[in-house]
Ligand binder design. Sequence first.
Ligand SMILES: O=C(O)CCC(=O)C(=O)O
Ligand SMILES: [Fe+2]
Length: 137
Amino acid sequence: MHVGAHVDGAIRAIPGTSIRMRADISTTLFLTAPEDYDGGELVVDDVYGSHAAKLAAGDMIVYPATSLHHVTPITRGSRWSSFFWTQSMVKDDGRRTLLYDLDMAIIRTRQSLPDDHPGVLGLTATDHNLLRHWAEI
Ligand SMILES: O=C(O)CCC(=O)C(=O)O
Ligand SMILES: [Fe+2]
């Protein structure tokens, strides 16, 4: 068994409901110990190249649903996994990355400057105002 290269469908129906969602983020939760099967690596292509994941049972990988990905053939044993999708309030991968980087910079800055420092206030205001522009709720 293998899963050929694909990008996950953009719109998904939630079974048993009339709700549809946009898939922004893909997740694979590995359920089988890696030593119990051969092959079965999840290979995700992103802007930094191709990354293969074969994680311990109970670990999961989260990656942009826009990524091309595949699962290599399983040549021994069986591989169980749970995969699911998440809709983000910020649908664009690049914008999510900018917000994450800004949040991390704010956390680092607040370790050495007080919350009422004009620099911290400005960064925090910009963080919220970018989110206000980009979030869809
Ligand atoms: O099993 C996996 O790791 C991923 C499966 C997958 O890509 C899919 O079902 O869309
Ligand atoms: Fe997929």
